[in-house]
Ligand binder design. Structure first.
Ligand SMILES: C[S@@+](CC[C@H](N)C(=O)[O-])C[C@H]1O[C@@H](n2cnc3c(N)ncnc32)[C@H](O)[C@@H]1O
Length: 231
């Protein structure tokens, strides 16, 4: 398996991430021109984890996204369905409780987490609505969700340049730095297909989340969506 198709069959997606696990974090930094670190910082601010809180980092991959939450003293559970990504994560962060689980059937009880978060993962889940409902189910009443995901640049001329960058530059650059460049063709295609900021906000509301809002990062290349579960 080199890349998943856009119908995002779970076994194809998991196997694609198994294949890029070792170089995933490095490739991320290179292809995002360092912006990935800034996006993680902003997500950490939105999550605002505190000591003693329980945080679910869904689709955590190698658990790099979990580290800023763990650094606050919160109890963070990184969860993912790619065993390759989890293995790589366990090598690097053996103290974290990395957990195998599918976003659409989470292996957790109801009302457990103060915050549930997913960064650059929701776009890869075949059934977005089911994942948003599962995230809602495992969140405590009054708890929150924070989603980081690629989105639509808000300034139209930049949007055009960005789409060109994505479609034309990403695969050749990926060929130079990635162990599986085809996975980055999927990345570019899946970003183009993904709902824009208001459309994702609507999906969150449909899954039950209240007080839904978003903030654009890097001109809308990424959006941080938030929602709250009613008390
Ligand atoms: C782009 S990586 C993001 C990793 C990490 N959150 C980060 O910010 O670097 C996407 C992850 O989503 C995971 N994933 C995709 N679909 C999933 C599902 N249905 N259940 C659990 N994990 C899933 C993949 O295995 C992959 O590790």
């Amino acid at each position: 398996m080199t890349r998943a198709s856009l119908d995002k069959q779970p076994h194809e997606v998991a196997s694609m991430f198994d294949g890029v696990a070792e170089k995933y974090d490095l490739t991320n930094d290179v292809l995002s021109l360092g912006q990935a670190r800034l996006w993680r910082k902003e997500a950490a601010k939105a999550v605002a984890a505190r000591p003693g809180q329980k945080v679910l980092d869904l689709a955590a991959g190698t658990a790099t996204s979990s580290l800023p939450y763990a650094a606050t003293g919160a109890y963070v559970v990184p969860c993912d369905f790619s065993l390759g990504m989890l293995r790589e994560g366990k090598k690097r962060n053996p103290w974290l409780p990395l957990t195998a689980g599918d976003a659409t059937r989470l292996p957790f009880k109801d009302d457990v987490f103060d915050t549930v978060t997913i960064s650059f993962g929701l776009r890869n889940v075949q059934d977005t609505d089911a994942a948003l409902r599962e995230l809602y189910r495992v969140t405590k009443p009054g708890g929150q969700v924070v989603i980081s995901e690629f989105s639509q640049p808000t300034w139209a001329p930049f949007r055009t340049v960005y789409t060109e960058y994505l479609m034309r530059a990403l695969p050749p650059v990926a060929r130079a730095v990635s162990s599986n460049p085809d996975a980055y063709v999927y990345l570019a295609e899946s970003i183009r297909e993904w709902p824009d900021q208001p459309a994702l906000a609507e999906l969150l509301q449909k899954a039950g989340w209240g007080k839904v809002a978003w903030r654009n990062l890097s001109g809308g290349i990424v959006a941080l969506h938030r929602g709250v579960k009613a008390q």
